[in-house]
Design a protein around this ligand. Structure first.
Ligand code: C5P
Length: 217
């Protein structure tokens, strides 16, 4: 096992990649960065200034400058369906992606003190941000399963939504993410694929831990 471990987790919307990354971070004492929260924070900045209707690259880049990557907001609005949709639009702007690369690479290279490395989750971590990561995982599940989980999560938070609307939004976001010109969502060639639709949270984390452990045998 290297002194400082770097792990990339990518996957489709609501695929459980964040849950996997947080579980591995805890088990392996790694600093965790949710890179989707970077794009969401930029989106939220634009929404709050009412600049999200016709997004201009210069406004989005100004919103990147205004965020503090180590201190991202974690309120309900950041996770809302509206912010998710605007985040996927913001993520298509090459200048935004470019401006966010150093934040992510710096975090991976110099994780906060006391950690044994870093784990990042997103869409382009294994392909663009950390092509030399020690381990790469790609999470996916059928969109109906992902939508059901997201629906239940929203209901448990007291929010209202319909299963059909969530399914449509998740599929639209995947389509956006997979077809954009810059850094589209795809599995790195050397990524381990995890079908999160057929595994419990504990089994999903155990499977990834087994892959990591077996590489060191
Ligand atoms: O992961 P999450 O669903 O929070 O990401 C929100 C949006 O941010 C995604 O739909 C995607 O468009 C964008 N994103 C990205 N690259 C990343 C992380 C997120 O394009 N590394």
């Amino acid at each position: 096992m290297p002194d400082s471990l770097r792990i990339a987790v990518d996957g489709t919307a609501a695929s459980g990649k964040g849950t996997l990354a947080k579980g591995l971070a805890q088990a392996l004492n790694l600093a965790y960065l949710d890179t989707g929260a970077l794009y969401r924070s930029v989106a939220l900045g634009l929404i709050r200034q009412n600049l999200h209707q016709n997004i201009r690259a210069e406004d989005a880049v100004a919103a990147v400058r205004a965020i503090s990557p180590l201190n991202l907001p974690d309120d309900a609005e950041l996770r809302s369906e509206k912010t998710s949709a605007i985040a996927a639009e913001v993520a298509r702007i090459p200048e935004v992606r470019q401006a966010l690369i150093p934040h992510q690479q710096r975090f991976a290279k110099h994780p906060p003190k006391g950690y044994h490395g870093a784990i990042l989750d997103g869409r382009d971590i294994g392909t663009i941000i950390l092509p030399d990561a020690d381990f790469k995982f790609y999470c996916d599940a059928e969109s109906a399963i992902r939508a059901k989980r997201r629906y239940n999560e929203l209901l448990s938070k007291g929010e209202t939504a319909t299963h059909t609307d969530i399914l449509t939004a998740i599929e639209a976001r995947d389509q956006h993410d997979k077809t954009r010109k810059v850094a589209p969502l795809r599995a790195a060639e050397d990524a381990h694929h995890i079908n999160t639709g057929t595994l419990s949270i504990d089994d999903m984390i155990a499977k990834a831990m087994q892959i990591i452990a077996s590489a060191n045998e």
